[in-house]
Design a protein around this ligand. Structure first.
Ligand code: MLT
Length: 410
């Protein structure tokens, strides 16, 4: 049988798997040495008591005749969808119907799968640097052409650099789909209402679909910044939004997220006429998923409720404090650094002419600290480096100190 040549032709390994392998090899050759992990954005604080109790209670319910649940609705149980709409959107004046919210096992899953709704020749644009999943998923589907000299032939990239304040300039060429992520992974940049409005207006004029990844919105510390794209008038006709419980409720291992596909968003058919993206997504889901387990959805519901929100807020505050510690340490070194204020990521320029990979090797070797090289997020990430604030307080303080010492000695 013939294989998918687009997957066979993918460059190197998936960024975070590649890093995990390098760190594993390093640890194997340096037994007993403590390595501080600030590479992948994986949370470290335990589930909140309120959330874990709801999780356990639902699991116990499943062991009773009355409380047993078999297949659930593939798009999520109404109790969770209602809690998401009531607690996450209604307070911001956003009104959504139950049919517009789809529960899944992760924003990674959703942002990777949504491209199945696009035509094979759809023109895709991403900010650069970017969370690699958006690009890889489209590349595997054959939409991006060949990978030549570190670039995808058919991918439109919008550079976001220290020089342009990390704000993309909108493309002039035809773009069918634009992926955005704010607060941004990897740069930690945030977007203003005005800028977001200008992008929504641009998309509406051109018939471009926006995939808006808002997985980090709980880290925004200024309530006047947009937490959802639907705060912008007209976004309900042009944007799909992905959110997650991973980084807020500590669900990276539990797995639960949601995607909003408003009924107002339409796609064009090659034969002419329009089709509802919501209907397409529902159709796809029915064939490809049996949804997320009942106990996980009960745990996610608890994370939305006031007591859950209160307990989760303490975790988010602790990660924010970590980010502040790292930010202070890096600023003290005089390195250009971005993020860390409204996002759990810090994005710095490597010293001198170092590449991100060279800084990765240097910090692993001399400081026993793991970060993520900017090159892994796209061409505009060259010479940059990402650190996450999701470690324990102890590791964050130690990591900041080790990075400081290593870079001062450079
Ligand atoms: C990251 O480090 O960029 C994220 O943890 C990856 C993810 O959420 O899949």
């Amino acid at each position: 049988m013939f294989v998918n040549e687009h997957i066979a032709g993918m460059p190197a390994g998936y960024l975070f798997s590649e890093i995990a392998q390098r760190v594993k090899a390093f640890s194997a050759s340096h037994p007993g040495e403590k390595v501080i992990r600030m590479g992948i954005g994986d949370v470290t604080r335990p589930l909140s008591p309120f959330v874990s109790e709801a999780f356990a209670r639902a699991a116990r319910e499943m062991a009773t005749d009355k409380g047993f649940h078999g297949y659930g609705p593939e798009g999520g149980y109404p109790f969770l969808i209602d809690a998401i709409i009531r607690e996450e959107y209604a307070p911001r004046g956003i009104s959504l119907s139950r049919e517009e919210v789809f529960v899944s096992d992760g924003a990674k899953t959703d942002t990777a799968a949504i491209q199945e709704l696009f035509s094979p020749d759809a023109a895709i644009a991403v900010t650069d640097p970017v969370y690699p999943v958006y690009v890889d998923a489209n590349a595997m589907a054959g939409r991006l052409g060949r990978y030549l000299n570190g670039r995808w032939e058919r991918l439109v990239t919008l550079p976001c650099t220290h020089e342009n304040g990390f704000m993309p300039e909108l493309p002039r060429e035809r773009v069918d789909v634009l992926y955005l992520c704010y607060p941004n992974n990897p740069t930690g940049a945030v977007i203003s209402h005005d800028k977001l409005r200008s992008i929504v207006d641009w998309a509406a004029e051109r018939g471009t679909l926006i995939i808006y990844d808002a997985a980090y919105r709980a880290f925004i510390s200024d309530s006047s910044l947009p937490h959802s794209i639907y705060e912008v008038p007209g976004a309900g006709d042009v944007a799909v939004e992905c959110c997650s419980f991973s980084k807020t409720a500590g669900f990276t291992g539990v797995r639960c997220a949601w995607m909003v596909v408003p009924k107002g968003v339409k796609g064009r058919l090659p034969s002419g006429g329009q089709v509802s993206l919501n209907a397409l997504w529902r159709r796809r889901l029915a064939s490809k998923s049996n949804g997320v387990s009942y106990p996980v959805q009960k745990a996610a519901e608890a994370a939305c409720l006031p007591q859950g929100q209160k307990e989760i807020a303490a975790n988010i505050a602790a990660y924010r404090q970590n980010a502040a510690i790292l930010l202070e340490a890096l600023r003290g070194l005089g390195l250009p650094v971005q993020g860390g204020t409204h996002a759990p990521y810090l994005w710095l320029k490597a010293p001198g002419n170092m590449t991100g990979w060279a800084l990765f090797d240097f910090l692993l070797d001399s400081a026993r600290v793991v970060g993520t090289p900017g090159e892994g997020f796209g061409p505009s990430g060259a010479g940059c480096f990402r650190l996450t604030a999701f470690g324990s307080r102890e590791d964050t303080i130690l990591g900041a100190e080790r990075i400081r010492e290593a870079l001062l000695a450079l």
